[in-house]
Ligand binder design. Structure first.
Ligand code: DER
Length: 250
């Protein structure tokens, strides 16, 4: 289908342009687009036998193993080792390369892997590209401790979310979905977020949130493990912002 072809094309360009031939540590994200990233890595024809691939969850680990690649869990990365590159998908990407992530409920491990990488390569077909986050993808995925979930729902409403909800499993299993950490996912709708052009145009008064500010406010709610907002930055300025790779800590 043309969507699958678009994902495959995006993955091929991303790997061709951003996979270091001498890569030794590579982060592998979750979802369906990442399948084509691994396919493109295999097609590169480089020697991958000395390369460690760090998964971002159960499905990501199976993808690495089924491709005959070496999977090394995040807690087995030697202290001080920064991954050469991390590839991952996204649910939506704005003009500043900010991302909404977590549609696949893997956002926590995706974020720690992204933050431990020199570069974070987001692989997304054109459906994902919007000027502002929360335009097409309507909610922020948030990973929370089950026991605190209802309190977090109430706190999110105080931040302006309308009808945030605990994500239930889409399979016959009734009740909340559990992440690889055994936590719940809350999906919290918010109005479209501001990008840097909006801020430059003085649109801050509209009551809409700026990406970093919303991410920080949600992260500070007791019971929240991680938030599916990745603050996008590329290039050397990312490091000056304190991010290990192309991601600022939020
Ligand atoms: O959960 C995530 O953030 C994933 O990267 C995911 O949502 C992207 O999935 P897709 O490649 O299947 O669209």
């Amino acid at each position: 289908s043309n969507v699958e072809d678009a994902k495959r094309a995006a993955a091929k360009v991303a790997v061709t342009n951003h996979y270091p031939k001498d890569a030794r540590w590579v982060g592998i994200g979750s979802g369906t687009t990442i399948v084509y990233v691994v396919e493109a890595i295999k097609a590169l024809g480089v020697d991958t036998s000395l390369t460690h691939y760090v998964p971002t969850g159960y499905q990501s680990r199976q993808l690495i193993l089924n491709a005959g690649l070496m999977a090394v869990e995040f807690d087995a990365i030697p202290p001080g080792t920064v991954l050469d590159v991390a590839f991952d998908g996204a649910d939506e990407v704005d003009d500043d390369l900010n991302c909404i992530k977590g549609g696949g409920a893997c956002l926590f491990q995706e974020k720690i892997v992204a933050m431990q990488s020199k570069e974070f390569i987001c692989v997304a077909d054109s459906r994902k590209l919007q000027s502002n986050l929360l335009s097409n993808w309507k909610y922020v995925p948030i990973e929370v401790a089950p026991i605190a979930a209802y309190r977090v729902l109430r706190k999110l409403e105080e931040l302006g979310s309308v009808k945030p909800a605990i994500r239930t499993s889409l399979t016959p299993k009734e009740g909340p979905l559990k992440t690889d950490q055994g936590f719940f996912i809350i999906d919290a709708p918010f109005p479209p977020l501001l990008n840097t052009a909006d801020i430059a145009a003085g649109k801050t008064g509209s009551g809409a949130w700026q990406v970093d500010a919303l991410a920080r406010h949600i992260k500070q709610i007791a019971g929240v493990l991680e938030v599916g907002l990745f603050s996008g930055m590329t290039g050397p300025q990312a490091r000056s912002a304190g991010g290990v790779g192309g991601q600022r800590p939020v």
